[in-house]
Design a protein around this ligand. Structure first.
Ligand SMILES: Nc1ncnc2c1ncn2[C@@H]1O[C@H](COP(=O)(O)OP(=O)(O)OP(=O)(O)O)[C@@H](O)[C@H]1O
Ligand SMILES: [Mg+2]
Length: 346
């Protein structure tokens, strides 16, 4: 009976990220992977009804391109919920979409991951959103724990594992041993801060205004975290601030590297703090095995090189870093009964 129960259940693991939301379903794997963006249409003037027009990819494509009565927003900021109502609506729509082709879609068990720097109030808000979206039972798991499990680290063993998850809103550092987090640290710096730094650099040095989407493209194409690799160039289109008209110019990877200095330093700082605060026995394990990078920021060119140079420790980029957290949350869900202590009780 128990086997049948779990076979037919629609239990979900959710990575509700600042940049991307991923949903994993028991027995099926990742069933949804979309940007955490919502497009809202305002009806009948500024005090009228707000109607959700689109969520996910369709909404992201509207960012910075909407007519006056539609706004595309990201309801999560810095790793936490900035707009509760919209986040809840978005989560509900994503869950509905994930259940799409299923015959039964009763309220499932949901494991949902939270940033380790989030407050009790923020955690309660996330729990509530999942309950509102129809969850029968909600377990929370801290993001670095989920990331470590997704990256295949031996979290239950008596050995120290260091994981650094560089997301859109936050970078979270965790040291894990015996199924628990021995150290947790977070800075509100991630991919969004990289994009912002690129926008500011281009405004300062070129007098040009570019949008968030363009900044993100530049980062992915020619961004890097450490000098020495081949220099790349890219043409950029933006609005000249003095003339007010669109123009294009060329920017190099060295300039982007310079633009990213500050947020990169913040990430290096967070990793160094973790190393200083790790108990010596576990520190010895980490010296030997190094650290594992997860999250979309792990894909920034040469970020592993930067951390190697700064700490002297081996650095490994996890396989498919963007999906580690949701795959890890899925593993935790599958082993919920034997593995109770990895969930947070706050
Ligand atoms: N190839 C790449 N190079 C650099 N950055 C990248 C690359 N691919 C994705 N990113 C960045 O990774 C970030 C998204 O990562 P991820 O999906 O792990 O974040 P998230 O889980 O939504 O955020 P958080 O964990 O902070 O809530 C975005 O800022 C995106 O621009
Ligand atoms: Mg994340």
């Amino acid at each position: 009976m128990r086997f049948l129960g779990s076979y037919f259940s629609n239990d979900l693991a959710i990575d509700l990220g600042t940049a991307n939301t991923l949903i994993w379903m028991r027995g099926r794997g990742i069933v949804l992977n979309e940007p955490s963006v919502v497009a809202i249409r305002q009806e009948g003037g500024p005090n009228g009804k707000k109607i959700i027009q689109n969520v996910g990819l369709a909404a992201k494509q509207m960012l910075g391109r909407t007519p006056h009565n539609i706004t595309a927003i990201r309801p999560m900021k810095d790793g936490v919920i900035a707009d509760f109502t919209v986040t809840e609506q978005m989560l509900k729509q994503f869950i509905r979409k994930a259940h799409n082709s299923r015959l039964f879609s009763p309220s499932p068990r949901i494991v949902i991951c939270v940033p380790c720097g989030s407050t009790q109030v923020e955690r309660r808000a996330i729990r509530e959103a999942a309950n509102e979206a129809g969850a029968r039972r909600v377990e929370l798991i801290e993001e670095p724990m989920a990331a470590a499990m997704g990256a295949g680290l031996p979290v239950e063993e008596p050995t120290g594992s260091l994981v650094v998850d560089i997301g859109g809103g936050t970078t979270e550092v965790g040291v894990i041993s015996l199924g628990g987090m021995v150290y947790r640290g977070a800075v509100r710096v991630g991919g969004d801060k990289f994009d912002e730094a690129i926008i500011n650099y281009i405004r300062r040095n070129y007098g040009m205004l570019i949008g968030e989407t363009t900044a993100e493209e530049i980062k992915k194409e020619i961004g890097s975290a450490f000098p020495g690799s081949e220099v790349k160039e890219r043409e950029v289109k933006g609005r000249n601030l003095a003339e007010g008209i669109p123009r294009s110019f060329t920017i190099s990877s060295n300039e982007i590297l310079e633009a990213l200095t500050e947020p990169l330093n913040a990430i290096v700082g967070a990793v160094k703090t973790a190393l200083e605060q790790t108990p010596p026995e576990l520190g010895a394990d980490i010296v030997e095995k190094g650290m594992v990078l997860t999250g979309g920021g792990a894909l920034l060119r040469d970020i592993d090189r930067l951390l190697l140079e700064e700490t002297g420790l081996p650095v490994i980029v996890a396989e498919d870093p963007l999906t580690c957290v949701v795959r890890g949350s899925g593993k935790a869900l599958e082993r919920m009964d034997e593995f109770g202590n990895i969930f947070t009780t706050d």
